[in-house]
Design a protein. Structure first.
Length: 365
């Protein structure tokens, strides 16, 4: 009822006018915070007045669950984990599928053959067609009314959401974020009631790493709304629906410009700097692991212990590189290329210290 009333008010405000808009709405928050409940409500109610079309892209359904299998690393004790984990590669491929869909929707570009498309393309198309979406190559009338694509995922790192924003900017689409803030204990309680719950430690780890929208610092996050959910027994406990509808309408009225402002260039420079630091750190971590394994072998460590040691060191490397990649160790630093400013140095020093502690655990146990 709240959503219907808000939609009616928005239609009256717009005077019933219709324009050819496409918007990307990112839902983010901890697992079991209520994102899917909100997504389904939006998917059901947005096609009502004022006549917005809506499609729901649920990452849990579009990304194969096996990509999150921690056993994906090689079996050999000295084999390194892939630089890009499978789950991250799958997210990139899904974004590529979304871009291909947008090209077909907006420009009448023909659909690629399955052999030339990213993995998961057929699954993505089936999701779109199942919701009644068509595009120019299939006689689409999509431009007759605004279309919101709701992306339902955790999006706990800001960089994950920024990738979607960049796509919106590339094609001058609308963009907004709905961040569901829910107490950790409430999320844990809801998760345990699910048919396939996540491990508690996964949610605890995500809660430590999650990055809320920063409307004051980041111009690209201005069209964001933080919704607070405190009642674990209610499925519809969000800030009033009028705020959500108003946010979506404002975003549609103000699509992202391709070259919006200098802050975007700064973001790009920061990303280049971070990528360089990650590459440096990865190479140094690999050398440290290689030397550590050689030293352990010289100390006659048992093969089983060698394998466990390699797994722990590679896991530690992955965590350190992910933190560095997401900017946890680059905050308030600029990409100044001089001998006194190397953002990877402090990371490597910490990695080397923790790696030594892991080795000592095996030697002195």
């Amino acid at each position: 009822a709240d959503f219907a009333a808000a939609l009616a008010a928005e239609e009256e405000r717009q005077g019933g006018a219709g324009r050819a808009w496409v918007g990307l709405c990112v839902l983010c928050g901890l697992p079991a915070a209520g994102k899917s409940t909100l997504a389904c409500a939006l998917h059901r109610l947005l096609p009502q007045r004022p006549g917005w079309a809506c499609a729901l892209l649920t990452y849990d359904e579009l990304i194969p669950p096996d990509v999150f299998d921690p056993r994906e690393a090689g079996a050999g004790p000295l084999e390194q984990s892939p630089l890009v984990p499978r789950w991250k590669q799958s997210r990139r491929e899904l974004l590529q599928c979304l871009e291909r869909f947008l090209r077909a929707l907006l420009g009448g570009e023909p659909l690629p053959a399955a052999a030339a498309a990213p993995p998961g393309w057929e699954r993505f198309l089936a999701c779109c067609r199942g919701q009644g979406l068509r595009w120019a190559a299939e006689g689409s009338a999509a431009a007759a009314r605004p279309l919101w694509l709701i992306l339902d995922d955790n999006f706990y790192y800001r960089s994950m959401r920024y990738e979607v924003y960049q796509l919106a900017r590339k094609y001058s689409l609308s963009f907004c974020q709905l961040f569901l803030e829910c107490p950790l204990e409430c999320c844990l309680q809801r998760n345990r009631l699910r048919s396939h719950p996540l491990p508690d430690q996964t949610i605890h780890l995500m809660a430590r790493k999650i990055e809320m929208p920063d409307l004051q610092k980041n111009a690209w996050e201005q069209n964001s709304l933080i919704l607070r959910s405190f009642d674990c027994n209610s499925e519809d406990n969000y800030a009033n629906a009028e705020q959500i509808i108003s946010l979506l309408a404002t975003a549609l009225e103000n699509p992202v410009k391709q070259n919006e402002e200098n802050t975007e260039e700064k973001e790009a420079d920061r990303a280049i700097c971070a990528a360089s630091a990650v590459h440096q750190a990865d190479q140094m971590c690999r050398r440290i692991i290689s030397q550590t394994m050689k030293d352990a072998k010289d100390k006659n460590m048992l093969p089983g212990e060698m394998k466990c040691l390699a797994e722990e060191l590679n896991k530690l490397k992955t965590e350190f590189l992910e933190d560095l990649r997401q900017g946890s160790n680059l905050k308030n630093q600029t990409c100044l290329q001089n001998q006194y400013s190397d953002p990877a140095t402090s990371v490597i020093s910490s990695f080397q210290h923790k790696a030594a502690n892991i080795v000592n655990k095996y030697i002195f146990k």
